[in-house]
Design a protein around this ligand. Structure first.
Ligand code: ADP
Ligand code: MG
Length: 274
C-alpha cells in the first residue's frame, strides 16, 4: 500500500476546529446512518438502497435520504417517478417497497445536471433533514455523495449521525480515499460502524473466484485503523440489472445469495441499535 497521506480540505479542517454545538437528530427518526464512500462508482447507492430494503425486511421502519445532490440515484434505483406532496411548509416522503424516500431527483428533471453552488447544496440538505415529514422511523439511511465536501460538512455541523458505513472497492486508489473518509468521521466524532468491500470478487462460469480488483485491501485498511470489517459483496450482474429496473435485488429476490448478505448486515445493525 502506498505511503501517501490523504489530506482533508481546508473547509473540513476549519469545521473540525470549531466547537460543535449539540446536533439535532432528524425529526421522525431514531437513528441516522450515513453510507459513505470517498470515490464515486463503488456501489454506495446500491448498498444504501439494498440495506434500507433489508432493514425493512427484518422488521425495522426505514427511510432513505438521497443526499447525493449532484448525482441522485434513488429515483431510478427504486423506480420512482412521482413528485412528493407539499403543504407549503413540509414535503411528504414518497413511499416505495415500504421505505420512506426523499431525493432531489423527485423535485427536478433528472436529465438536467445540477449546477449548484455549495450554499444551495447546504440548503437542499437542510430541507431534506428538517422539512420532510419523516414518520415514526427506526432508521434513516443517508446515501451520501462521494468525498468530503459541502454535504458532509452540513451533516457534521447540523445533524447527529449515529453511525457511518464506508463502502469501497478493493483497488489501492480507492483505499487511499477510504483512509481520508475514516479520518473525516473520526475527527467529526462520528462512530464508524465498519467498512464494506463491494465488488470484491467475481465467480466465473467455471465456479472459480476471480479477484479482479486485488485482494483483501479493504479488510487490511479496516484493521490498520481499528475499524470493523463488515464483509464482502461479490460482483453480480443481477445487482446492476435490478438497480436499473427500479427493483433492487433484496426486493426482487430476497433469497438470493447477495440479498442474504444484506439481510445479515441489516440484522447486525438492528441488534446494534434497537
Ligand atoms: N456488487 C456489485 N456487482 C455488480 N454491479 C454492482 C455492484 N455494486 C454496484 N454495482 C453497479 O455499479 C454501478 C455503480 O454503483 P452505484 O451504487 O451507483 O455507485 P455509487 O453510488 O458509489 O456511485 C451501478 O451500475 C451498480 O449497479
Ligand atoms: Mg451514488
Amino acid at each position: 500500500m502506498s505511503k501517501e497521506k490523504p489530506e482533508l480540505s481546508d473547509a473540513m479542517k476549519a469545521q473540525m476546529r470549531r466547537k460543535t454545538p449539540e446536533k439535532n437528530p432528524i425529526k421522525g427518526t431514531k437513528f441516522t446512518l450515513a453510507i459513505s464512500s470517498a470515490k464515486g462508482g463503488v456501489g454506495k447507492s446500491t448498498f444504501a438502497t439494498n440495506l434500507a430494503l433489508a432493514l425493512k425486511k427484518v422488521g425495522c421502519k426505514v427511510g432513505l435520504l438521497d443526499a447525493d445532490i449532484y448525482g441522485p440515484s434513488v429515483p431510478k434505483m427504486l423506480g420512482i417517478n412521482e413528485k412528493p406532496k407539499s403543504d407549503g411548509q413540509k414535503l411528504d416522503p414518497l413511499v416505495k417497497y415500504g421505505v420512506q424516500c426523499m431525493s432531489i431527483g423527485f423535485l427536478t428533471d433528472q436529465q438536467t445536471p445540477m449546477i449548484w453552488r455549495g450554499p444551495m447544496v447546504t440548503s437542499a440538505i437542510k430541507t431534506f433533514t428538517q422539512k420532510v415529514n419523516w414518520k415514526d422511523l427506526d432508521f434513516i439511511i443517508v446515501d451520501m455523495p462521494p468525498g468530503t465536501g459541502d454535504t458532509q460538512l452540513t451533516f457534521s455541523q447540523d445533524i447527529k449521525i449515529d453511525g457511518a458505513i464506508i463502502v469501497s472497492t478493493p483497488q489501492e486508489v480507492a483505499l487511499l480515499d477510504v483512509i481520508r473518509g475514516i479520518k473525516m468521521f473520526d475527527k467529526l466524532g462520528v462512530k464508524i460502524l465498519g467498512l464494506v468491500d463491494n465488488m470484491s470478487f467475481f465467480i466465473g462460469d467455471d465456479g472459480k473466484k476471480y479477484k479482479i480488483f486485488g485482494e483483501g485491501g479493504v479488510k487490511k485498511t479496516a484493521e490498520e485503523f481499528q475499524k470493523k470489517f463488515l464483509g464482502e459483496i461479490p460482483i453480480n450482474s443481477k445487482i446492476g440489472k435490478c438497480g436499473d429496473e427500479g427493483k433492487p435485488i433484496v426486493e426482487l429476490d430476497t433469497n438470493h445469495e447477495i440479498s442474504k448478505i444484506y439481510i445479515d448486515f441489516a440484522n447486525t445493525i438492528k441488534s446494534t441499535y434497537l
